[in-house]
Design a protein around this ligand. Structure first.
Ligand code: NDP
Length: 232
């Protein structure tokens, strides 16, 4: 049975990816760092998947997580947090929290996954963001972290191609998850007005793009936008 690891798999986009991979026949392990309520709901909703508390910012926790695997076919670096603040108000702690989760966590997981994939090949998908390509006002550090994820993806795609490991990004636009729950209905309407397809994306639409890239054997180092035309 093919094995997959999805970081941040208890809610939103990650949970949709877990469901889709299970439906496609993968044995899935998913992680989270703190929210036990969402984890309990996810376990109830997808009993075939395994949910493990492991903070991707902590390399020891990531190492312990990878001890569960003797092989790995697919890694999805989805765990991520955002920050909506003007740059002059952003603290060093904010900066570290965002970078450590979004970039350092992806780096740790790739580093350990590659050791399991070197002999047999494999596929890695990192979840970036349209802001990582285009920059978001009041989301400077978040945008920088996702830009770093995109550069990291391209670099390791080149490095790992000879081993048959494909590494790509999915770059979502505005997706209807807890991450955007803080937006007021006026803000939501205004944002929808800027999206050519006229609505937020769904976690399932991002999950479909992730599964496509996990199955594509001649695509690597690419950034696939799932944004309803937001960036056109
Ligand atoms: P959610 O906040 O709904 O879910 C985030 C998931 O990541 C949760 O399972 C959370 O669990 C987990 N997580 C957070 N920090 C850590 C950590 N340190 N270690 C392990 N797991 C962690 O987010 P979304 O589903 O909206 O976002 C998923 C990804 O998509 C993120 O990378 C985000 O940046 C990206 N994205 C989202 C967009 C959107 O509009 N929603 C747009 C563009 C990109 P817990 O809280 O328990 O740690």
């Amino acid at each position: 049975m093919r094995r997959a690891l999805v970081t941040g798999g208890t809610r939103g986009i990650g949970l949709a990816i877990v469901k889709k991979l299970v439906a496609e026949g993968y044995l899935v392990t998913a992680t989270y760092s703190a929210d036990e309520e969402s984890a309990a709901r996810a376990m109830e909703c997808v009993p075939a998947a395994e949910f493990v508390r492991a903070d991707v910012r902590d390399e020891r926790a990531v190492e312990a997580l990878f001890e569960r695997f003797s092989s790995l076919d697919a890694l999805v670096n989805n765990a991520g947090i955002d920050l909506y603040k003007q740059v002059q108000d952003t603290t060093a702690e904010d900066y570290a929290r965002i970078m450590d989760t979004n970039m350092r966590g992806a780096f740790f997981c790739v580093k350990h996954a590659v050791k399991l994939m070197l002999d047999m090949g494999g596929a890695i998908v990192n979840i970036a963001s349209v802001w990582g390509e285009h920059g978001g006002s009041c989301e400077s550090v978040y945008s920088a972290s996702k830009g770093a994820v995109i550069a990291f993806t391209k670099a390791v795609a080149k490095e790992l191609a000879p081993a048959g490991i494909c590494v790509n990004c999915v770059s979502p636009g505005v997706i209807d998850t807890k991450m955007n729950a803080h937006l007021s209905s006026e803000e939501k309407l205004a944002l929808e007005g800027e999206i050519p397809l006229g609505r937020y994306g769904t976690p399932e639409e991002v999950a479909s793009a992730v599964c496509f890239l996990l199955s594509a054997r001649y695509i690597t180092g690419q950034v696939l936008g799932v944004d309803g035309g937001f960036c056109l």
